[in-house]
Write a protein that binds this ligand. Structure first.
Ligand code: PBG
Length: 325
């Protein structure tokens, strides 16, 4: 019997050999924690479809943010849920709006010790739940919405955001926000563009968490068709041309081919958002005893990094950061 010359198993024999040979590493600094803060609640409110995730009060947000930073996460991204919503999403750019005041708290508490990011969109603030202003026929008015995004980004920058993250998939949103930030004296505030954001069923639990399910229709006329990848590259290149500093693919696990294509196509940091439905699937299966929760979480994150994501937004960020230390 002749033995093969190549024996790949040699490098798998012990944990130390596997660690030395690993091509992909998870590091706490590559993880970003999405956080929800709700106006006018006395206690944190659990999100039923996302066990372990809450809508924070200003106070509980501050504490959870400090814990995340102490665990070593790379950054935080904040979503606000206002007490009152209206057609134009007034809470998005109100200096006294929940995201702006909660961000102020975090700036006071954390300063520049972490990266404070804000989701820049209207759906959490509109009574109809769409990401933009509506025309009479119910369609989203792209160009009228740009001015609202610009105002929201400026309000977030004034409140201390280091990175604004437009997530509404309006054409021209990055250029409109860049121009508004520069004109208001924030040339150093960066833009993380949700460039390739798909019209996904995986956002279901988020819409509970942010109370932003569209009251009619869906987002397919502005978010991308899950069938496409060339379109993702086009969106990414447009966002870079408009001034994006970082680009994102969302969701993550069902779009790892897109993450890889984007990572190969650009020379800026690429983020991937492991969204609410990805979190909920793993938590639900684990709660049933059907999968090993901790191993599954690390495997999903390793897969997203292996596909080419430099930064991963994940609701498990604090827990995983602690486990990696
Ligand atoms: C829009 C926004 C959404 C998510 C992040 N930003 C919802 C949507 O587009 O419907 C989803 C995140 C998640 O599912 O975890 N502001």
């Amino acid at each position: 019997m002749t033995f093969p010359v190549e024996r790949p198993r040699r490098l798998r024999r012990t944990p130390a050999l596997r660690r030395l040979a690993a091509e992909t590493r998870l590091h706490p600094a590559d993880l970003v924690l999405p956080m929800f803060v709700k106006e006018g609640i006395a206690d944190p409110a659990p999100v039923a479809s996302m066990p372990g995730v809450v809508q924070h009060t200003r106070d509980s947000l501050r504490k959870a943010a400090v814990e995340a930073v102490e665990a070593g996460v790379g950054g935080l991204i904040l979503f606000g849920i206002p007490a009152v919503k209206d057609a134009r999403g007034s809470g998005a750019d109100d200096p006294a709006g929940i995201v702006q005041v909660a961000l102020g708290d975090l700036v006071t508490e954390l300063g520049d010790s972490t990266v404070l990011m804000t989701d820049t969109c209207l759906d959490e603030y509109t009574d109809h739940g769409h990401c933009g202003l509506l025309r009479a026929d119910g369609s989203v008015d792209n160009d009228a919405t740009l001015a609202r995004y610009a105002a929201a980004a400026v309000a977030q920058a004034r409140a201390g955001s280091h990175v604004v993250a437009p997530s509404g998939m309006m054409d021209g949103q990055v250029a409109a926000i860049r121009a508004a930030l520069d004109a208001d004296g924030h040339p150093d505030v960066a833009i993380l563009a949700y460039s390739a954001k798909y019209a996904s069923a995986f956002y279901g639990p988020f819409r509970d968490a942010a109370e932003c399910a569209p009251s009619f229709g869906d987002r397919a006329a502005y978010q991308q068709d899950p069938a496409n990848t060339d379109e993702a590259i086009r969106e990414v290149l447009l966002d870079l041309a408009e001034g994006a500093d970082l680009v994102m693919v969302k969701p993550a696990m069902a779009y790892l081919d897109v993450v890889r294509r984007v990572a190969d196509a650009v020379n800026v940091p690429v983020a991937a958002y492991q969204v609410s439905g990805e979190y909920a699937m793993v938590e639900a299966a684990a709660a049933n005893g059907w999968i090993d929760r901790d191993r599954t979480i690390l495997e999903t994150l390793t897969g997203i990094r292996r596909a080419g994501a430099d930064i991963v937004l994940t609701y498990w960020a604090t827990e995983v950061a602690r486990a990696l230390r």
